[in-house]
Design a protein around this ligand. Structure first.
Ligand code: SAM
Length: 271
């Protein structure tokens, strides 16, 4: 890809999605776009990028290009420390403070692994705590990832981190054994909903406030001013006393936000 074109595209991606694209990401970007180019029959990056920004391309291809540049890597029970923390201390404290009906937001949710991990942990908690009920919203910029999350069907190899007793309760095997697929049970899916969303937008169109927001492994792709804006916007959608959880490589230490750190990567919005 010619440097001029890379500069134009990386500038667009950073402005639209917040995702930093320094020159060392050029090879990665090329590889990801090549798949789309081949599919649509474009011979050069120039021709593909011109198409994406044409009126027709904006309508038909822009979202697929955005999907291609987002990194959707995720896992069930990824960074399990947060789930242990919620089960042991977080949920009892939140229920004492807010009552037994809690709202959670996975922002960003990628392909839903974080949402369903949380749903399993919360469903287990509901069995110990009478009256406990929960709702989880998942949001992401990648329309493809949201689609996978809504479908809630995963290859069996991805469920390896799910403890066996939870697999038995919350995952259904495909009737066709050759397919090696599992689906999240409806009892968990009923607690979840999804909304396609860009956290670069000034306003997030979500209704009621949340008690816990998971914002894990997205801020690392943003520069500091963008991190600060996004975290402060998320804070508007959290109840005072609610929690914000970040990925283990992410910290709010160098940005201005109202949050206080309870533990590394676990933050509370002051009352
Ligand atoms: C690496 S995944 C993290 C998923 C999950 N939270 C986890 O920790 O496993 C990062 C996600 O951030 C999403 N993302 C990146 N920029 C975004 C933006 N501006 N608005 C919404 N989602 C965004 C990507 O589409 C991707 O699915």
């Amino acid at each position: 890809m010619p440097p001029r074109l890379f500069a134009e595209l990386s500038d667009y991606i950073q402005k639209t999605a917040g995702i930093r694209m320094p020159p060392e990401k050029r090879i990665m970007l090329q590889a990801r776009l090549q798949k789309r180019m081949r599919k649509l029959g474009h011979q050069s990056y120039d021709s593909y990028v011109r198409y994406v920004f044409s009126p027709e391309g904006t309508r038909l291809e822009l979202q697929s290009m955005i999907d291609a540049v987002t990194t959707n890597k995720t896992d069930f029970f990824r960074e399990p420390y947060h789930f242990d923390y919620l089960g042991e201390q977080g949920l009892p404290a939140l229920v004492r403070g807010f009552g037994p009906r809690l709202r959670f937001w996975s922002a960003p949710c990628s392909k839903g692994h974080e949402v369903y991990t949380l749903a399993m942990v919360l469903a287990e908690y509901a069995q110990r705590q009478r009256g406990f009920d929960f709702e989880i919203l998942g949001s992401d910029l990648s329309a493809f990832a949201i689609e996978v999350a809504r479908r809630a069907v995963y290859p069996e190899r991805e469920i390896e981190p799910v403890p066996m007793p939870l697999r038995r309760k919350y995952l259904m095997r495909s009737k066709d054994a050759d397919e090696q697929l599992v689906r999240i049970v409806p009892e968990l899916r009923h607690h979840t909903r999804y909304k396609h969303m860009n956290f670069m937008d000034e306003q997030y169109s979500v209704g009621e406030k949340f008690h816990v927001i998971f914002c894990r492994n997205m801020l690392i792709y943003f520069d500091q001013p963008t991190q600060e804006k996004v975290v402060n916007r998320l804070a508007r959608h959290l109840h005072p006393g609610g929690l914000l959880l970040t990925g283990h490589a992410e910290s709010l230490a160098r940005i201005h936000t109202p949050f206080v750190a309870l533990e590394p990567t676990i933050y509370q919005l002051p009352e």
